[in-house]
Design a protein around this ligand. Structure first.
Ligand SMILES: [Zn+2]
Length: 227
């Protein structure tokens, strides 16, 4: 996209095409906020989307066991400013919320290590991605892959529309996602990124698809845990 923008600045016509392309990649909110200082969602101080003090105040997250997953790494508990960041990224398309969420995952990886050869993510629903202008877990995966020096690969796809997990009870969530994902041929060791792990049903369904496609070790990196 960056090359397309640079190459499109030769003529007025190309400039207009460039603007249209650029606007399609950004939400109106992001355009309005360009140039505004990033502020902590917890205390409002400028500098970052979540300051060190508010991050430290979140405490440690519970790490769930997920069937088919070798290890789960969680950045924060899903509460307070961490929850705000997840919702800002996911529902408002605020890309600035992704960096602190990814940083929390990287912090935990630095402490525990990671064996993955590639990073992928839980793909969002197509119609929601189009409406929001981004695939939020993909944005997180891009941050994580860049920080770890690992390739970021779109290995998973949804096989069809299913009811939103948030509308279902714990038992229903597992049944709802059976066969909900399929994967391209993939490396043996994969890190699967998502914003939030709750029951683990989504991560387990993705892990099953990745294993069917050749993965032998799967590590889940979740920004938050609501377990
Ligand atoms: Zn703060």
């Amino acid at each position: 996209m960056c090359n397309a923008i640079l190459a499109g600045t030769q003529t007025t016509t190309r400039y207009l095409v460039t603007v249209r392309l650029y606007c399609r990649t950004m939400s109106l909110l992001e355009l309005v906020c360009l140039g505004a200082p990033v502020r902590c969602v917890g205390c409002g101080l400028p500098g970052s989307a979540l300051c060190r003090g508010c991050g430290n105040g979140l405490g440690s997250a519970l790490v769930p066991q997920v069937p088919g997953v070798d290890r789960v790494v969680v950045g924060w508990p899903y509460r307070g400013p961490a929850r705000t960041l997840v919702l800002d990224l996911k529902l408002r398309g605020d890309r600035s919320a992704a960096a602190p969420l990814a940083t929390a995952m990287i912090r935990e990886v630095a402490a525990a290590g990671l064996m993955a050869e590639a990073v992928t993510w839980v793909p969002g629903r197509a119609h929601e991605n189009r409406r929001r202008g981004l695939d939020h877990a993909g944005i997180l995966a891009a941050h994580v892959g860049r920080a770890l020096g690992l390739p970021v690969c779109p290995l998973l796809r949804r096989t069809g529309e299913r009811p939103d997990q948030a509308s279902l009870g714990a038992a229903e969530r597992w049944a709802n996602l059976h066969g909900a994902f399929a994967a391209a041929a993939c490396p043996q060791k994969v890190a699967l990124v998502d914003d939030l792990v709750t029951t683990g049903a989504t991560a387990a369904a993705c892990a099953r698809a990745l294993r069917d496609a050749g993965a032998t070790r799967i590590e889940v990196l979740a920004a938050c845990s609501a377990s």
